[in-house]
Design a binder for this molecule. Structure first.
Ligand SMILES: Nc1ncnc2c1ncn2[C@@H]1O[C@H](COP(=O)(O)OP(=O)(O)OP(=O)(O)O)[C@@H](O)[C@H]1O
Length: 325
């Protein structure tokens, strides 16, 4: 292959279709910073064309993992492929086919929407940058805003522009790191409609998020805490695997009731939810005993409930905290 200037689009063949059904296939990734283990023995597989949600508390290692997947960071241990290419040795090739949207808005605040998109198109060697930018403006619903300076856009429009810039070079895989943080529900919904359209066209999307409703829009999710992958699968699978039993109890003062129930042995999870309290745990018998013990309380009404994804994540983090201590 002849030498090319940095940024020039190269003819880089991807692994032939069918060679590998997984856009991401990594095993045993570990990474430490200054002796502090941030990612530990993490393995994951993401099928091509899937929307894969990456969830976990702040500082749990999501960004670090994303950076290892696209070869921006070398794992201390582990191996694997991204789009069929080796994450240890082919980082540059991988990044030519990946759109990476970081947490920080990384476009030029003092360039207009159109100028930003044209700039990105040129950097990636997209033929006819002006037309590509125009098409992106139309498909992202940015018409009417193309002359606006990127820095003056609202949060939702900035994210939409950042996504537009990411998909201009037509990547096979999108790595989106909390793309909708701080964005209002309507803009988030529109953003997700776009993500689903891209997935329908065959683009694989790995998206980190703290929003439960966004997790439910993914084909599969993974939950990571303290650098360890604690759960993986469809939302239904992850909820079923939790083996949690939940109850909803209503009483006169939900906040006071929640405090009272937290002290009752058998209730592993207790959280006020509007006018009621969500109570549960994995030991069904212990739970039923605890509820029986409160049978004298006529002011309480109990109703069996299904665990929410949030219940499952809180339970996972509680249990992994116990393991770390
Ligand atoms: N380059 C680095 N040098 C030192 N420590 C780092 C570096 N990058 C990340 N860390 C630390 O690694 C841990 C995991 O960070 P990471 O950004 O991967 O978490 P995250 O799950 O993406 O968090 P958030 O949800 O807050 O974005 C944090 O404690 C962070 O401070």
């Amino acid at each position: 292959m002849s030498a090319r200037a940095e940024g020039e689009q190269a003819e880089v063949p991807l692994a032939a279709e069918g060679d590998n059904n997984y856009a991401i296939d990594v095993q045993g990734l570990s990474k430490s910073f200054g002796g502090h283990r941030v990612v530990h023995d993490l393995s994951m597989r993401v099928r091509r064309g899937q929307i894969y949600g990456f969830l976990g508390p702040n500082g749990s290692g999501k960004t670090t993992t994303i950076r290892m997947l696209c070869g921006l960071l070398t794992p201390d241990e582990g191996q694997g492929t991204c789009l069929g290419m080796d994450i240890l040795t082919e980082g540059r090739r991988i990044r030519r086919h990946v759109g990476y949207m970081t947490q920080r808005f990384s476009l030029y605040a003092d360039l207009s929407v159109r100028e930003n998109l044209e700039f990105v198109a040129r950097i990636y060697g997209v033929p006819d940058a002006a037309t590509a930018a125009e098409e992106a403006i139309a498909s992202l619903g940015l018409k009417g805003r193309e002359r606006q300076l990127a820095g003056s856009l609202s949060g939702g429009w900035k994210q939409r522009l950042a996504l537009g810039a990411c998909i201009l070079p037509r990547p096979q895989l999108l790595l989106l790191d909390e793309p909708t943080a701080g964005v209002d529900p309507k803009a988030r919904r529109e953003f997700w409609a776009q993500i689903h359209d891209l997935a329908a066209e065959g683009v694989t999307v790995l998206v980190s998020t703290h929003y439960m409703d966004e997790a439910e829009r993914c084909h599969e999710i993974a939950y990571i805490a303290y650098g360890e992958l604690l759960a993986q699968g469809s939302v239904e699978q992850v909820v079923a695997d939790s083996a949690l039993h939940m109850w909803r109890v209503t009483g006169p003062d939900p906040a006071a009731l929640a405090r009272e129930l937290m002290a009752v042995p058998g209730f592993e999870l207790v959280a006020p939810f509007g006018t009621s309290v969500h109570v549960g745990g994995r030991d069904r018998e212990a739970l039923e005993r605890a509820i029986d013990g409160l049978s004298g309380r006529d002011d309480l009404v109990w109703r069996a409930d299904s665990p929410s994804l949030e219940d499952v994540f809180i339970d996972l983090i509680n249990r992994s905290k116990d393991k770390v201590r």
